[in-house]
Design a protein around this ligand. Structure first.
Ligand code: SF4
Length: 216
């Protein structure tokens, strides 16, 4: 999973089989974990050793399309403006969906903790913006999200449209699962992107398709 702060960072397998590290990521990781220095040495020219070293510190160079397309802002673990714990909830979405939805192409899922939108939820295929949801008349609140679809950039530039309002954080993994399954079940072909699929339908039709998807 990327974060907004290290969006330029990357680890990738080179043509020669070794692992390539962007300077941004390596510098950030070195500051946080001295084991990364040993990892960089171990990985030189040997992808298997590098992958094993990454896994030893809870990272990996391998990920399915759900995890690689996931971006979260700092969230309330480090930002006083946040309405929600975006990083934890992004991780929850990935853990839930990656074993239940088999994507064959990228779908960008952006979680941002407040309207400042550091993770640019407005231009994600799926964009979640953190909110507080009142759960009783005493004013108690839980963390949650408004969820948007169909945002894009470059030649596809447009802000996403809200599809679900006030979704509790604990319900977002299953909601995203329904959205991804609705896309796979109703797209015109494997070549139709999530963006094209969502822009082809009105919000009520997309909601209906999501509602037809079974989840555990
Ligand atoms: S989007 Fe809001 S909550 Fe998230 S890091 Fe930026 S200012 Fe903080």
């Amino acid at each position: 999973m990327q974060t907004a702060r290290c969006a330029r960072a990357s680890i990738a397998q080179r043509d020669d089989g070794g692992l390539g590290f962007s300077g941004d990521l390596l510098q950030q990781l070195r500051r946080r974990d001295p084991r990364v220095r040993r990892l960089a040495v171990a990985a030189r020219g040997d992808a298997a050793v590098g992958e094993a070293a990454l896994q030893a510190i809870g990272l990996s160079a391998k990920a399915n399309p759900i995890r690689t397309g996931l971006i979260a802002c700092t969230g309330n673990a480090g930002c006083r403006l946040a309405m929600s714990n975006t990083k934890q909830h992004a991780s929850d979405i990935a853990a839930w969906c990656e074993t239940r939805v088999q994507l064959d192409g990228p779908v960008n899922i952006h979680l941002t903790g407040c309207p400042n939108s550091c993770a640019q939820h407005y231009i994600g295929d799926i964009g979640l913006i953190g909110v507080k949801i009142q759960i009783n008349e005493d004013g108690d609140q839980v963390e949650g999200y408004h969820i948007h679809v169909g945002g894009g950039f470059g030649p596809d530039a447009a802000c996403g449209r809200e599809i679900f309002h006030d979704v509790k954080a604990e319900e977002t993994p299953k909601t995203v699962e329904r959205m991804l399954k609705a896309y796979l079940a109703n797209r015109t072909s494997a070549q139709e992107s999530f963006l094209a699929f969502t822009r082809r339908h009105e919000i009520d039709a997309l909601k209906s398709m999501c509602g037809q998807q079974a989840v555990e």
